[in-house]
Design a protein around this ligand. Structure first.
Ligand code: ATP
Length: 403
């Protein structure tokens, strides 16, 4: 068993078209027996990182430690690492049994040991009935199982998985995802798993690393990243549907902070801490997940004082409300801004309904309603925004979190 540590790793590829920095000064760790998921858009360097750990590429700078041993310049066969490729890379001319046996044979394992280990792995993965078949006669899911079997049969200290579920259809993908999680628990081995699918990353990871352009954007547990994204990029990449973003300015009056945008002027439910003070008067982006934008009873709009959006009025032609949403005089708490919005699209998901709405100024939001929600496009709904769970980011390219 072993932990994996990448210390200030960079990888520059030299191609005819010029140098490409695929990994840029990356420091990252997977603890012993942990499942670390690398996630990010295409080209962010995920596969390169796996290939560096496997020894299929040499880093341009930095160190890679497996179980405390620096392997940055150790050959792949001496790293005790197994990698499963997206293509599965099974030997097409060999039966499943021979595919599973190959790595053990190459390491000089005795016949008895090979038979016993293949027996164990086929039972674990449910592939005992496939041992005499050739890869071409297997379904995608079966090939995937055999590829995993070939990696685990020799019990290396580290497993590396490069998008192993990418070629499967949606249903099988979700099923295999759960199997994967169980397998990792059973094997209790350190794993690095690469995917571009943030939902897969969230469901599988003990910890995940979000990458962009070869650089680490955030590293933490799935829930830490979901609830406290470090930047607008991470906030937009992690979570379905994508977080809503609204542009505006941050204002403060000595007691509280306000978000002032085209959508309205909203008192924020966050203290005027140091971090926010530095941004007063500046352009910011307010992020709010659709989980925190609720479709409410239309009576709530009237109760909250109308549309509540300065300059925007109601999206549905009813009279506008007060210019801004201040503290509730009875409790001193910031209210939930409640606005009347036009429905653009309704997406029933079975367990809930996503309602795409727009303000009078055309700002789009995705809200969440109950499973039974029904409203034709062009209709109107009242939408309540729970600002207690709002995120604030800088409006520049960095999009850094400021609250
Ligand atoms: P995907 O999700 O599409 O597989 P990825 O996140 O795994 O992408 P990598 O395959 O690691 O990304 O590639 C990272 C960057 O390095 C890309 O810009 C890619 O074009 C470049 N790259 C990868 N391999 C090479 C190579 N052998 N020579 C030159 N550039 C390369």
């Amino acid at each position: 068993m072993a932990d994996i540590r990448l210390q200030r790793i960079s990888k520059v590829y030299h191609a005819k078209s010029g140098a490409a920095r695929a990994v840029d000064d990356l420091t990252l760790a997977a603890a012993d027996r942990e499942l670390l998921v690398l996630v990010g858009p295409s080209g962010c360097g995920k596969t390169t990182i796996l290939r560096l750990v496997a020894g299929l590429e040499e880093p341009s700078a930095g160190d890679i430690l497996i179980g405390g041993r620096n392997v940055a310049r150790v050959s792949p066969k001496d790293r005790d690492v197994a990698m499963v490729f997206q293509s599965y890379a099974l030997y097409p001319h060999m039966t499943v049994y021979k595919n599973l046996a190959f790595g053990l044979k190459m390491r000089g394992a005795a016949r008895g040991e090979i038979v016993q280990k293949i027996g164990e792995v086929s039972r674990l993965l449910g592939i005992g009935h496939l041992l005499d078949r050739k890869p071409e006669s297997l379904s995608g899911g079966e090939q995937q199982r055999v590829a995993v079997g070939r990696a685990i049969v020799r019990r290396p200290q580290v497993f590396l998985f490069d998008e192993p579920l990418a070629n499967l259809d949606a249903g099988l993908r979700v099923r295999m995802r759960s199997e994967f999680k169980t397998l990792q628990r059973d094997l209790m081995t350190t794993m690095i798993y690469v995917t571009h699918d943030q939902e897969e990353a969230m469901t599988l990871a003990d910890r995940m690393a979000v990458l962009k352009d070869g650089r680490l954007q955030q590293y933490g547990t799935p829930l830490e990243i979901y609830h406290r994204p470090a930047s607008r990029f991470v906030a937009g990449f992690v979570g379905t549907p994508m977080m809503n973003f609204l542009g505006g300015t941050l204002e403060g009056d000595g007691r509280a902070c306000w978000f002032n945008g085209r959508v309205g002027r909203w008192r924020l439910a966050m203290p005027r801490a140091e971090g926010l003070n530095d941004h007063l008067g500046r352009a910011v982006v307010l992020g709010i997940r659709s989980d925190d934008v609720h479709v409410a009873d239309r009576a709530a709009v009237a109760a909250a004082g109308g549309a509540g959006a300065r300059g925007s009025g109601s999206a549905c032609g009813t009279p506008g409300g007060p210019n801004d949403m201040g503290a509730d005089p009875s409790t001193g708490e910031p209210p939930y801004p409640t606005l009347e919005m036009a429905v653009r699209l309704v997406e029933p998901l079975g367990f809930c309904t996503l309602v795409h709405v727009a303000t009078a100024t055309g700002e789009p939001l995705v809200a969440r309603a109950g499973a039974e929600f029904a409203c034709p496009p062009g209709g109107c709904v009242a939408v309540r925004v729970d600002l207690r769970r709002a995120h604030l980011f800088t409006a520049d390219d960095d999009g850094r979190r400021i609250n």
